[in-house]
Design a protein around this ligand. Structure first.
Ligand SMILES: NC(=O)c1ccc[n+]([C@@H]2O[C@H](COP(=O)([O-])OP(=O)(O)OC[C@H]3O[C@@H](n4cnc5c(N)ncnc54)[C@H](OP(=O)(O)O)[C@@H]3O)[C@@H](O)[C@H]2O)c1
Length: 332
């Protein structure tokens, strides 16, 4: 495993990490969570991602029980949570969002569910236009002062919102955000490659990127329909199925078939190729993988070994297939 600094912070995160969205508490019970986390840990993964909103808190309950059973040293791993969506179905006005009340209460509740004393990383899962930026930044900063959180960041915020949070923190001598968690994969590039481009240099933003396989699409498993035991067949995820297999999907699937040929020439598969492609971006601190079974963890962890094979020539072949490289903005 390779380890990378989380942006300008001193924290080292494994280049590949493991998340729990959709899986923990739905497809993955405690036994499977233990198996998946142990397989990842054995491969060198030190970061496990979670959020209050995943299965209304159940994902954190499952991860907490798994961590307890695994008995690892607390200083050998990094755990995150995220605040915004709430941990109850149909949350009331103060049970979601980024007010000081919810940010603080959600942190306490996540720690209880995870059975931990502190969160290594705490994310604002989405921006909240109903709360003044200073209130949220101050709440995050206070949690850090209290030792309940070590680093804070954002998820799916615009570059402008991240910059505003940073500026507010600097103005009031508070702790600024150090990381953002955006979607990043072969089909979703604009935000990471263009929108945030200045933030890596100006504020040292680190990235923990999500959905590297576009929810499994990039494994090629959806090329000929939806397998019974797959994410896109789960009740409640019809919206995701529509997003991935709706308009424009044939074009994407054709590209995945071409990527599969290239992967075969390299002696690998499209999943590992797609993960390694994300890792080639030096602004990515860690690529958060997802897995509903342990075989997938074993498969995905091998992506790191593929990095030396992703030469400039191979990367150009990938660009030729994708034809979607975002144009830099004039000021960059
Ligand atoms: N901040 C945010 O807003 C946000 C949003 C999304 C995700 N995340 C984080 O990022 C993590 C990863 O996102 P993601 O789960 O969407 O990642 P992903 O890699 O795009 O999709 C993971 C899914 O793809 C399938 N899969 C994975 N490896 C496979 C393999 N080798 N062969 C065949 N199928 C494979 C599995 O689904 P099947 O069950 O179909 O096999 C697995 O659950 C999440 O767990 C979460 O922690 C954050």
């Amino acid at each position: 495993m390779e380890y990378r600094r989380l942006g300008n912070s001193g924290l080292q995160v494994s280049a590949l990490s493991l998340g729990s969205w959709v899986t923990f508490g739905t497809q993955v019970d405690i036994d499977k969570a233990v198996a998946n986390m142990q397989a990842a840990y054995d491969a060198g993964v030190n970061f496990f991602d979670n959020a209050e909103g995943y299965e209304a808190g159940q994902s954190e309950v499952v991860m907490g029980k798994a961590i307890k059973r695994l008995g690892w040293r607390r200083d050998s791993y990094v755990v995150s949570s995220k605040v915004y969506f709430g941990a109850v179905k149909n949350p009331g006005p103060n049970q979601k969002g980024l007010s000081r009340k919810h940010v603080v209460e959600a942190c306490h509740q996540a720690l209880e569910r995870l059975q931990l004393d502190y969160l290594d990383l705490y994310f604002c899962h989405r921006p909240d236009p109903n709360v003044p930026m200073e209130e949220t930044v101050r709440a995050m900063s206070d949690l850090i002062q209290q030792g309940k959180v070590l680093y804070w960041g954002t998820s799916s915020w615009s570059a402008q919102q991240i910059m505003e949070a940073y500026a507010v923190a600097r103005q009031y001598n508070l702790v600024p955000p150090v990381m953002e968690q955006p979607r990043y994969n072969i089909f979703s590039r604009e935000q990471v490659e263009v929108e945030y481009a200045r933030l890596y240099r100006t504020i040292g933003l680190g990235l923990t990127t999500f959905s590297p396989l576009a929810s499994g699409l990039l494994t090629g498993k959806y090329n000929d329909g939806v397998p019974e035991d797959s994410r896109l067949n789960l009740p409640g995820y019809e919206w995701l199925r529509q997003r991935l297999l709706g308009e424009g999907s044939q074009v994407r699937i054709e590209k995945i078939k071409q990527l599969a040929k290239l992967a075969a020439e390299l002696g690998t598969n499209t999943a590992r190729l797609a993960l390694a492609w994300c890792l080639k971006n030096p602004n990515v601190s860690t690529v958060i993988t997802g897995a509903s079974r342990v075989e997938q963890v074993h498969d995905n962890m091998q992506a790191v070994d593929l990095l030396p094979q992703l030469t400039a020539d191979v990367l150009q072949k990938i660009e030729d297939i994708l034809q979607n490289q975002p144009a830099p903005r004039p000021f960059q």
